[in-house]
Design a binder for this molecule. Structure first.
Ligand SMILES: [Zn+2]
Length: 59
């Protein structure tokens, strides 16, 4: 499974007109605001899963 992260919206203008950039792996170009950006995977969060969404309130 190749590492591929496809953004749905441009992080700068929020447009959906994104296309893969030729700048390299994980690079995308936004046709709306003419910006190029890169997505990179930083790693897994060590304590990211300890924060649950359910509230266990007793009383
Ligand atoms: Zn944009």
């Amino acid at each position: 499974m190749s590492e591929r992260a496809a953004p749905f919206y441009c992080p700068y203008c929020g447009d959906e007109d994104l296309r893969p950039s030729e700048a390299g792996h994980g690079a995308w170009e936004c046709a709306a605001c003419n910006r190029a950006f890169r997505l990179s995977f930083l790693g897994l969060l060590a304590s990211g899963l300890t924060r649950g969404d359910r509230d266990d309130h007793d009383g």
